[in-house]
Structure formats: structure tokens, C-alpha cells
Design a binder for this molecule. Structure first.
Ligand code: SF4
Ligand code: SF4
Ligand code: SF4
Length: 475
């Protein structure tokens, strides 16, 4: 945040405190610095030189889900999110970021080949450090590990990453050319979601592409204040997708979609890319909910009770709105309409369905205690509905909600991405749908031949990749 921004914020923020009433963190830690009003007052004091950029200041500033609820409710339209991100960027620029964090953002998130290697390596050692928990709902650590607590359920890395299975043109349909941006979490942990997207797009007659050369959208670096890292990744993604001359770019990750639509314009402009190229790229980005809604003409049938063929009970589902989908992209009605138009499924609304699940990207790693408490509120709302499954549209929400349900002994409630629901209930069984989420199932606990597989990876590396591999150990 620079001085001009600070002055403007000071004028705009009337300190009414409305942002506290909706802040999920304020609800579990009711102190001034939890909500936007307090954070901005601190940032203002730093900019004016009344306060140092101390570790305590940094900690308060980074203790935020960036869910956007404060910005949405603010009567004076104070841009709390950009103010907080600006303050984080300043911390990084002044060398005040947490030791190691900047290094990881620049050398792992900012270097796609290294990120990929880290994931391959992690997959090999997974069985040594983690154990599978019942019902194949995820994995838990075997022994103390930094940032991962004993009671946390995590998804397993997939046996086959999505972009290893699909590259370039996937099929040739008579319809539009649609490129898929899976995002890292879907690619490495939930490839079934992106495979579901392929199935659904094929059903619409689209020619589906998985552009080669695409990389992380850069969201973790953006929220970590490393803007130049995101700028570089944005340019790489632009070039990767431009080559295919697509009609649309579709993603099933709410955070990726929000970043590509809302932040890439500014980032690419800063990198000197011409406006026309930027507009052509960003205007083609759609969340899968939006894309399907436009092309499937759903037929809402709220309140009707239908049974699946053969008299089988219908599946009762509720929906959680990911912050980066409903607040950043304004996609709210589409997923509900799609659920309501799915045969064999009954939608039941959830109280506070637009409230953050508590994940907040790396926030949940660094502040799991708070992320867990916010998540418990969400889980209580899910349980109240009596639903068999909770559907959402973001891999990070899926991960965190599954963890919360498991921790609350309600692992029987399924957590599905909307594409999985549609694939299961509304589509013919497609080839793509058969290999859904092999991640957890692929964890060969106890018999894991990690060393052997790691040797294979190293043997197959090019010299430049070997250097990256060694750097990974240094980090
Ligand atoms: S709701 Fe807006 S005006 Fe009110 S205290 Fe929060 S940021 Fe300031
Ligand atoms: S973005 Fe969310 S968590 Fe952060 S201050 Fe605003 S309401 Fe609270
Ligand atoms: S926002 Fe998250 S899931 Fe999306 S590409 Fe970036 S790291 Fe991956």
C-alpha cells in the first residue's frame, strides 16, 4: 500500500465495523486485527511511519482468508483485498516476508518444472510419511511433519497426473474449440475433476484441448505478495493458450478462474502485453459452471421429488459456494440450476452457503487451528441439511471440507465437485469418467517402492531438470 492508497482508504473507511460482522476469522478470534478494519488501520500506521513492519504486523496481515466477505459488505466499497495484497507486496519488497516463504514462492511456484518434480517426488515418498485412513477419504501423517497436524486429513497425490494423461488435442468435435486449465491442485490431486470436464465438454460436441506448456496460475505467489512471480507465470500461460486459437478456456478451479479473469489483465499489462491480446485471453475464460449453464439450458425443478430409474432413492445434495467463484466471478445461480436439473438428485439449501470454508490457500497450512474452527462452522451447517453429499466447485474447498467432515466423524457425507455429480448422474458413462480420482486408491501403504521410482525419475531427467531436482533438496 503506498501513501496515496493509504490516504484514499483513510477517507473511505468510516470505521463502521460492518466488516467484522461477516469476517469468518473474527468469529473465531474476536480481536480488532482479525477483521479488515483492524488490518487496514495497521497497514495505514506502517505506511505513515508510526509502526514498524514487525513480525507481529506481518503475522496479523497474513492472518486472513482473503475470502472477500468484508469487501462485499462494506457500505463504502473499500477495496480491502487489494489493500491487504498491496501491504503484503510491500512486506516482500522490503525483505520482511517469512524466511523460506519467498524462496519457495520464487523457486517452486515460480519454476513450474521444479514444482512438477516436487510433486513426482512427493508421490514416491507418500507411503512412507502418510497412512491411508478408512473409507479412502484421504491420508494422515505417520510422524511429526512441519505444518501438518496429526488430525488433518489430506488428499493423496494422484497416481497419474492429469497433464501426463492428456496433452494437446484430446478429441475432435464439431463444436467450439475449448481448452482446459486444470490448475495445480486438480492436476496433481483431483485429476478426476478435469477428466469429468472432458467428458462433459465432449458431450456438448466440443473439440477439447489440454494446452501444453501451461503452468500454475500463480495464485499462491499473488497472495504471498510475490507479484513478479505471478507476472512471469501469467505470460507463460498466455503463450501456451494462444497457440491453440481456442474459442473458450474452461477451468473447474474457482481460484484459478478468479485469478485468470480478474488479475491477469493487470499482470499482463504490467508485463507489457498489448491490450488486444489480453482481452482475447481473459474474455475466453469460463468456470465450468458458467460454461455448462450457457450450453446445457438447465431446467430447474426445485421442490420436485424424483426417483432414479428402478425406484432407487434420490441423492440429497447441498452446495457450498467457493469465495473465488461467487464473490470474485459472480457465479452463484449457475451451479444451483445445474444441480436442480440433474435427474436423481434433490437440492437442499444450506445456511450460510456463501461463507468461506476456512481453507484460504496457504493460510490453512500456517494457521490450521483457526482454519479448523472456521471449517467446523461450515461442517455444522452441512450436517444440519441432512444431505448425503455436499457439492462445490473448487478443489481447495473439497480438500478442506473433506478434512472437516472426517474430523467430525461424518466421513459418510460425500464431497463432490459439480463435474463429478454431473458425470455420475447425468451423463452416459464416458471413457474419461472411468479413471476418476485414482489418487487415494493409488497409495500403496507399506509396500511402496519409493527409492526405485525416484531412481527412475532421476534417470529420465534432462541435465537442466537434474539441476532443478538438486535445488529442491536445498530448499
Ligand atoms: S465495513 Fe468498510 S467502512 Fe466499515 S470498517 Fe469495514 S472497511 Fe471500514
Ligand atoms: S478477507 Fe475474509 S478473512 Fe480476511 S479480513 Fe476480510 S472477511 Fe476477514
Ligand atoms: S490457484 Fe491453486 S489450484 Fe489454481 S493453479 Fe494456482 S495453485 Fe493451483
Amino acid at each position: 500500500m503506498d501513501k496515496d492508497q493509504t490516504r484514499q482508504l483513510k477517507r473511505q473507511c468510516v470505521k463502521c465495523g460492518k466488516c467484522q460482522t461477516v469476517c469468518p476469522l473474527f468469529s473465531v478470534r474476536p480481536i480488532e486485527a482479525s477483521a479488515a478494519r483492524g488490518k487496514m488501520a495497521l497497514a495505514e500506521a506502517v505506511t505513515q511511519g508510526h509502526l514498524d513492519e514487525s513480525d507481529t504486523y506481518r503475522n496479523y496481515l497474513e492472518t486472513c482468508l482473503l475470502c472477500g466477505a468484508c469487501e462485499e459488505i462494506c457500505p463504502n466499497k473499500v477495496q480491502t483485498l487489494s489493500a491487504m495484497l498491496g501491504a503484503r507486496e510491500r512486506l516482500v519488497a522490503n525483505g520482511r516476508s517469512k524466511s523460506g516463504k519467498k524462496l519457495i514462492l520464487e523457486n517452486v511456484v515460480g519454476r513450474p518444472r521444479l514444482l512438477d518434480l516436487a510433486m513426482r517426488l512427493g508421490r514416491n515418498f507418500l507411503g512412507l510419511a502418510f497412512r491411508r485412513i478408512p473409507a479412502e477419504s484421504g491420508i494422515r501423517r505417520r510422524f511429526p511433519l512441519p505444518l501438518i497436524t496429526r488430525d488433518r486429513t489430506l488428499p493423496s497425490l494422484a497416481d497419474n497426473f492429469f497433464t501426463d494423461r492428456y496433452k494437446g488435442q484430446v478429441n475432435s468435435g464439431s463444436g467450439p474449440k475449448v481448452g482446459i486449465f486444470p490448475g495445480c491442485m486438480t492436476n496433481y490431486f483431483y485429476p478426476g475433476t478435469a477428466e469429468g470436464i472432458i467428458g462433459l465438454l465432449k458431450k456438448l460436441g466440443a473439440s477439447v484441448y489440454v494446452p501444453e506448456g501451461q503452468v500454475c496460475c500463480g495464485m499462491p505467489a499473488l497472495t504471498g505478495g510475490a507479484r513478479e512471480v505471478v507476472r512471469k507465470l501469467a505470460c507463460q500461460n498466455l503463450e501456451a493458450f494462444e497457440k491453440y486459437e481456442l474459442d473458450a478456456i474452461v477451468t473447474g478451479c474457482a481460484s484459478c478462474g478468479g485469478n485468470l479473469k480478474e488479475n491477469y489483465g493487470g499482470l499482463l499489462r504490467e508485463a507489457g502485453v498489448e491490450d488486444q491480446r489480453i482481452e482475447e485471453f481473459t474474455s475466453k475464460v469460463f468456470d465450468i459452471n458458467e460454461y455448462l449453464f450457457r450450453h446445457r439450458a438447465p431446467d430447474p425443478r426445485e421442490g420436485t421429488v424424483q426417483k432414479e430409474e428402478g425406484g432407487k432413492e434420490e441423492l440429497i445434495v447441498t452446495y457450498h459456494h467457493p469465495c473465488h467463484l461467487h464473490r470474485v466471478q459472480g457465479v452463484k445461480a449457475e451451479p444451483i440450476a445445474l444441480i436442480q436439473s440433474t435427474p436423481g438428485v434433490r437440492y437442499v439449501p444450506m445456511a450460510d452457503d456463501q461463507r468461506c470454508c476456512g481453507m484460504g490457500g496457504s493460510f490453512s497450512l500456517e494457521h490450521y487451528d483457526m482454519a479448523k474452527e472456521v471449517n467446523d462452522q461450515k461442517v455444522a451447517r452441512i450436517i444440519e441439511t441432512g444431505a448425503d453429499a455436499v457439492v462445490t466447485s473448487c478443489p481447495a474447498c473439497i480438500m478442506h471440507i473433506r478434512d472437516g467432515l472426517s474430523r467430525n466423524q461424518r466421513g459418510d457425507i460425500e464431497v463432490l465437485h459439480l463435474t463429478e455429480l454431473l458425470q455420475r448422474y447425468d451423463c452416459e458413462k464416458q471413457e474419461a469418467g472411468k479413471a476418476l480420482d485414482s489418487g487415494t486408491r493409488g497409495l500403496k501403504t507399506g509396500t511402496y517402492d519409493a527409492e526405485h521410482r525416484t531412481q527412475n525419475i532421476i534417470r529420465g531427467l534432462k541435465p537442466a531438470d537434474k539441476r532443478d531436482y538438486l535445488l529442491l533438496f536445498e530448499i
